[in-house]
Write a protein of this length. Sequence first.
Lengths: 620, 512
Amino acid sequence: MKYENLPWLILFLPLLSVAVITLFTLRSKTVSSLISIGAVVTGFVMTLLFINANGFQFSGETSANWLSIGGLQIDFGLKLDALSMMMLLVVTGVGGAIHIYSFGYMHDDESMARFFAFLSLFTFSMLGIVLANNFLMMFIFWELVGVSSYLLIGFWFEKPSAGDAAKKAFVTNRLGDFGFLFGILMVWGLLGSLSFSALQTTLAANPALLGASATLAGLLIFCGAMGKSAQFPLHVWLPDAMEGPTPVSALIHAATMVAAGVYMLCRTLFLFNSESLHLISYIGGFTALLAALMAVQQNDIKRIIAYSTLSQLGYMVMTVGLNGPTPAMFHLTTHAFFKALLFLSAGSVIVGMHHEQDIWQMGNLRKKMPITFLTFTIGTLALCGVPPFSGFYSKDAILTQALAQKSYLLFGVGVFVAALTTFYTFRLFFIVFFGKEKSKAASHAHESPLVMTLPLIALAVFSFAGGFIGITNNYGSQFVNHHEALSMAQQFTEPFNNLFPMACGLGAVAVGLFLAYSLYNNAAADPLPTKLGGLATLMKNKFYFDEFYEATFIRAHDFLAAVADWLDRWILEGAIIGAIRGGTDLSGRALRLAQTGNLQTYAFLFVLGVALLLYFVLGK
Amino acid sequence: MSILTYIAGWPLLAALALVVVPRNYRVIIRAIAVLATLISAVLAVKMFAQFVPGANGFQFEQQIPWVESLGISYHVGVDGLNVGLILMGAIVAFAAALCSWEIQTREKEFYILLLLMTGGILGAFASLDLFFFYFLHELALVPTFIMIGVWGRGEKKNYATFQITLYLSIGALIALIGLIALYLQSGANTFDIPKIIEHAKTNPLSLNAQNFIFPLLLFGFGILVSLWPFHSWAPLGYGVAPSPTAMLHAGVLKKFGLYGLIRIALPLLPQATQSWAHVIAWLCVGNILYVGWVAMRQKDLNLLIGNSSVAHMGFIFLGIASLNLIGVTGAVLIMVAHGFLAALTFALSGYIYKQTGTLQISELGGLCRKLPFIGTALLMAAMAGCGLPGFANFVGEATVFFGSWKAFPTVTVIALWGALVIGGIYMTRAIRNILHGPLPEKWNSLVDASNVWRKLPYALLIVSLLVFGFIPKLLTEKINPDAQKIVALATGNLVSATAPGASPLNFVAQNK
């Protein structure tokens, strides 16, 4: 491996930035943000250097022993192959753009230094997940991204809703992590190692080693992805996470962290048997559908994009389940570009609108914010899958994969969700950027400064071109044997090799666009609730999942807590203390009977004692 | 003279010196106490650094015969099991002395008692002689009762003092009976622990004797460690205790019972240990799950962290019950980690109490705005408490889970739920209600810890947690060889105790 030290530097620079900011520069906003931005941008440059020196075909590990107790050998190791190198590029590249954008977005916040410290902590943790070469290290960073996300969602902690959202995200993720660690223990117990490459070798040599537990172990590991990537039934935290500052939504809750689940599945795909993959694909498909339906009736600009993130994550998980890691990672990458772009553009809108997020207060913003309008349009087209934008290619790869696996139901779900996606995205698009200004703020909106628009433009370029710049080549070299690299022209025309899925995908876009245009162009209010009736209410209220969990999971734990507390107070403490005190008290009372103060009693006891003594001494 | 004698001796000597210092020399009294604990902490760091992992036998050993007819001698020494505990104890004691500025009545007596506690418990951990082991623990324990009774706070003070005294005295008494029985039954005619163990290798205790003594030690020590269902003294006692006392007791003193089980019961009573292991494992569920639920319900910050601390004891017992190298190593790791953590949380709650005069969670809120340093520290403590990687507690808990997985899979899964989910719920709830949210107007006048001396104890404890969380090898490479010996004795397996999954690993190695 050339430049073996570079990956370590890439990983630890952001941690260094956290330490420096919290210990020394908390008072200076500018210095702190420059340190944090410097750490991630340097990481990006070093990633490029490393890839340039080693090439994408490279695969290697570098590690140091971290913990060694008998049969428990845990390395702190970095695994470098096409998968992790591509993710490194995404995390440091997209992350870098978002860091720079944040410099503008957070400029007036008094806690900007703290914000950048948290952002660096997140970058460190996310890079750790990407580079981890064993399960425990991945779990460690898995927890750390969880806590960075917690800190950043609750960044404006004085707002009760932000505090609540942070708590909810943390606990929901912990539910997934419970399954994840459970699965890790199970795999370790059966296979005796935690290292990905050792596990893969062991399983390849003896596939039956997991035995009857194979499906269960796979699903438990998947629980981790379910929490982080917000898959049904643990999807509830992601929309609430939009309480965090918008760059956080872009970086953590769209481009990188929520994709960690998909990445983890691809990394450990060798562990899953066909039964568990089957179930995973259906959970992914269901999440994609459910979230797309919810998105249709939301009115908060960030929440709509958040639901679309959920839905797209569902796509990716479904594709992994369909045994298609390459299309899944392809979509993950393009999604990172265009979703970060959409969120950051939305952030630009929010700043321009003086922190108004209700889309029904906006309107006609294309005139006031031309650059944002342009980038948002590119993001929208990419998300919907309009050729030749990046989303078109990755979504087409997903649909092709579903057909190739003969999973017609999931193919149908995929096409339907594509139509829904186009519908709700263009609903947003028309309401925000076209029609009349629906509030005063909309008429006074202004374009954002250059430090915010430049990252937008950079992301827009990749959202446009991401489909044919070789991303699939790189992932393919990891997952497909004898993969042949395609030239750019071949990639450009790749969808035409399978006309049916492409036609379905394009048809879905056309239908969604037509419906959105006819309903929402120049609309002053949402016509859908009257047309759909009860279904619209259900969608608007997210199918009442929050209420359901509140009534079951939280209630159950609170109830058990109340019971335990009552038992503790009245039975355990009362009874034990009561028994000891009562016993002492009783013996005291009994002994007091002997202490009468009556001389005759004492004399009697004395004689009795003497008599007993004499009996024992002489009687024997 | 062994460095251990100095580590435990300086605080005791300082206690003696304080007796003659006039009570109105407050600054001098405080300076002496801080200095003595600082010296002992520095010496402990030095000792920890000089410790050679895996060296045969005990290090820094010193033995002075005392009552030869009974076989009592002053015998101190460290191996991997207590080297970390002594380091932790000395650092916590220094932090506790620093935090004692909150005591403003009868300082002289308070500092004398604090130093007695410190010297006593450090001495007990260093002792390799049953008599001194027990005696020095009592020397540390009795001041606890007085401190809670005199300097305690709140309405429940008297009841709590009564309960904690009753419980811990009975626990200590039961353990004493067990230790005396052990002395008599071992037939070695010595109080010297290494000699008894050596003797037992050739003349093991009879099964009857083991079955009689083990429960006495388990429940005697168990009461001292708040093993479920004998835990109710702990949250209540810590709830009213002045924070330096709670720091030292919950952090350091409480580990005595666990240390005693590992050091004495496991190697000397192997058959009884094995037959009781599953009972211990299921009692852990009481600690982890049941007390976890109780913690969820608490409305007072100190009761919450007190219960959470009881819940953490469950992980340690689980590690011990798994009776393998990984589990026992993990147990010792958590003992050290929890010591720092418990001290940190009680120190922080003490600061908040001093500022606000209440620990009722509903009264607090939004404190992060006015107390950024204390708030951040509390956030870190809460995260460490629910097992966040980066802090030493995570390493310990994860290690215990790996250790107990093969022996008790069901209990392990329950423990996972307790650690990840229940711990996560009550800790984030506490943060939400104490640190997050709008700041009530009445707390606008709160003052954050601003000068270096005020910040030092918290920083010191956090740094300790982080150091061992990032580089657990510092501890595990020391614990490992000696835990191996204990496990070998406890399982009667004198060959190295193999861990689950060791064979497939070899298999992989062969295939490469």
